[in-house]
Design a protein around this ligand. Sequence first.
Ligand SMILES: Cc1ncc(COP(=O)(O)O)c(C=O)c1O
Length: 369
Amino acid sequence: MSVEMMKPVPRPGILDIAAYVPGKEHAPGVARVYKLSSNETPLGASPKAIEAFKAAAGNLERYPDGQAHELREAIASVHGLNPANILCGNGSDELLGLLCHVYLGAGDEGIITEHGFLVYKIQIMGAGATPVVVKEKDHTVDVDAILAAVTDKTKIVFIANPGNPTGTYIPVTEIRRLQAGLPKHVVLVLDAAYAEYVRRNDYEAGIEVVSSNANVVMTRTFSKVYGLAALRVGWMYAPAEIIDALNRVRGPFNMNAPAIAAGAAAIRDQPFVQQAVSFNQMWIEKLTSALEGVGLKVTPSVANFVLIHFPDTDGRRAADADEFLTSRGYILRAVRGYGFPNSLRMSVGPEEANRGVIEALGEFMGRKA
Ligand SMILES: Cc1ncc(COP(=O)(O)O)c(C=O)c1O
């Protein structure tokens, strides 16, 4: 027996995966810490969602509803969809993984973009397939580059719209052009984790494109504007055949009961969402102009975070800024792994944190904020 056979060995490729590294949480020795590294909402969850979560604590001995009916129906009624075309997941991350598990195998290719969300690559490789990375243009998804990368082996294409960590988006006309150019058997995944924040007339999260095509799915999350990241609630709107395929392999009780209850209450509280969106819009604009005002470059964002680019000067690079901000209790996200070695991503935080970062970066850049 060879040495390798004396212990369990993962499938080829698994150990080539670089595990996901979440945003930092701690700033050692600093009393007041603001975590601005995971695009969480500063406004918390709707009080109605919190109430529903607490009420669910009374029945913890019971299995949850394996079909998450209450949540699917609430999502369907708010978005005007058929609940049969909705599948909920333990965060949208779970759904991204299930899509790879179901539609990819050894020898297949999945297309992702240069600065795309890292989970796509992890899940493509986890399914034994090969990630094919295409260039973006001005930190924005490039439909022509994606179409040029399609081969006989392509089975899935992932785009985040808006993108993370870029915060840029492509208009629905570009999504339609992408769909029209892909072979009909290729699954196009529109990851719309930040859709609620977008205020642009030419943007659509993807509902209409999913409704009129057999190969397009849209994923959404309750982790951002709904403030339920801790509970792990995501959902997918997809053609019936795709829902059916994923339902066959998912965990039978993949959604826990408090998550189902809180998610349903959260989505019914749309006035709360509107408040969160207005707060975000105001701060995206203020942060962008203030950071530009101190001499930094900021990628224009339609989401709830900004990508800040630092000068290539000793003592002023992203790593220096990261250290400087962390020592003051402001934790931003290093995005080297996303192809931005000299940038940091900052989530819109509470007012005092946003003001604090502006002031600190003004000082860091040697200019008054
Ligand atoms: C583009 C994108 N997709 C998906 C997710 C995952 O969301 P969830 O918390 O629903 O798994 C995130 C979270 O950061 C994200 O940025």
